[in-house]
Design a protein around this ligand. Structure first.
Ligand SMILES: Cc1cc2nc3c(=O)[nH]c(=O)nc-3n(C[C@H](O)[C@H](O)[C@H](O)COP(=O)(O)O)c2cc1C
Length: 402
């Protein structure tokens, strides 16, 4: 498995050289894998997930999918890469970015580019964070520990999933953060209270409540593959001697603002609502005292035929009117995409699937490489647009829609 992966990456590096990669983005040749001795691991019988850490060459985030497909077991890869229904929304998320163009601005004697920013009082090196994924063990044996460590190495923020395959305390130990904790609203309020209090004690700085996945969507690839994760959600107490709570069976099937209020009160942490797709929901989040919103359609994994997040962003930003920060995800693959979303009112971008592909291909070092590559593209874009700071990125840099 390992030598096979090395051969693949070697070929990718050779192809990049042939394609004439510019020195700005060139990276060292792929070295041999290093063991992840300092990180915990999660394995399941019959599921041969990649392991080990290595530097990877990242030329374009979208091109990571193909080599990742070759090393992630088929069911796991299908689960990561696919979307709901016809996958129209999943593809539209990416395509929508191409409908707005960036205006270059030269001869402005601009100094060095500073990509740093602050989100809910936390300083990060780039306005790009790692979004939440349920269980990372399907992509790599180091699971969330690897992703958290790689995200930290890139100088930015990790969002841990409530369905994580490692206990939240173990993940927090593997990376000093900053980290946020995501939560699916559960039937059992006592369980949720314990969960958010543990998160606070372990140093997680905010709770992200996902509101768009309380129903089962038609992810037909998973249905055709009869896919069920072989890994357990490690963060809920054992129901009995043999097993953990199954992830979906205890998720509440109907959720409301009273559930949000409960988490606000019990956690004492800032609460972000993830899955906001309309101006109305943005306004409601402000009214209910939320600390932020995450504009997301779950990467096209829940309701197909809804608009791209980038299409809705300007309307939602108008409604929120700067009162709370906006985190933005779904379809971000380029530094230019990050720039465009910031220009239309997002405060930070949450990076999705390419992170899991980077994790599969290079462990924590792969996650770091993915973050650094898109950050380099953002620097290039900011340079060409004449914006030396994140706060200078506004819609003046985009061609107006006529
Ligand atoms: C494999 C996978 C698992 C995910 N699990 C969760 C989850 O547990 N909770 C959640 O809020 N979002 C989850 N998401 C959605 C992501 O947080 C994010 O919204 C999405 O990946 C963005 O789309 P993109 O990957 O196309 O950029 C998951 C996404 C993927 C690909």
């Amino acid at each position: 498995m390992h030598s096979h992966r090395r051969a693949l990456l070697g070929a990718a590096a050779a192809a990049a050289t042939l394609a004439g990669t510019r020195p700005l983005f060139a990276q060292a040749a792929t070295p041999a894998s290093q063991p992840d001795d300092d990180l915990p691991t999660v394995t399941a019988p019959g599921y041969d997930a990649p392991s080990g850490a290595r530097k990877i060459d990242v030329l374009d985030l979208r091109r990571l999918e193909e080599p990742a497909r070759k090393i992630i077991p088929a069911g796991g890869f299908g689960y990561i890469s696919s979307g709901a229904g016809d996958e129209w929304t999943m593809h539209e998320n990416i395509n929508a970015f191409k409908r707005r163009q960036i205006l270059p601005h030269y001869l402005n004697s601009m100094g060095a580019i500073d990509t740093s920013t602050t989100i809910l009082g936390t300083q990060i090196k780039v306005p790009i964070i790692t979004t939440v994924f349920g269980g990372h063990a399907i992509a790599h044996t180091t699971a969330e520990a690897g992703t958290a460590k790689g995200t930290h190495a890139a100088g930015t923020l990790f969002t841990c999933g409530s369905q994580a395959n490692l206990p939240m305390e173990v993940i927090a130990k593997a990376s000093p953060g900053p980290n946020w904790m995501q939560l699916y609203i559960q039937n059992d309020r006592g369980l949720m209270r314990e969960f958010v209090q543990r998160a606070k004690a372990a140093g997680y700085k905010a709770i992200v409540i996902t509101v768009d996945a309380f129903f089962r969507s038609n992810r037909e690839t998973d249905i055709a593959n009869r896919y069920a994760s072989p890994f357990q959600a490690a963060n809920f107490p054992k129901r009995d001697a043999t097993g953990y709570f199954a992830s979906t069976s205890i998720m509440k099937g109907s959720i409301g603002w009273d559930d949000v209020a409960f988490i606000q009160k019990e956690s004492g942490l800032p609460v972000i609502i993830k899955g906001v797709m309309t101006p109305e929901m943005g306004r409601e989040a402000v009214r209910h005292g939320c600390a932020g919103i995450q504009i997301s359609n779950h990467g096209g994994r829940q309701l197909d035929d809804q608009p791209a997040t980038f299409t809705m962003l300007p309307m939602i930003a108008d409604a929120v009117a700067g009162r709370i920060p906006i985190i933005f995800d779904s379809g971000v693959r380029r530094g230019q995409d990050v720039f465009k979303a910031l220009a239309l009112g997002a405060n930070v971008i949450a990076l999705g699937r390419p992170i899991l592909y980077g994790l599969a291909l290079g462990g924590w070092m792969g996650v770091q490489a993915v973050h650094e590559r898109i950050a380099a593209e953002l620097v290039m874009t900011m340079t060409a647009a004449g914006t030396s700071k994140v706060s200078q990125i506004t819609k003046k840099s985009l061609l107006p829609v006529t």
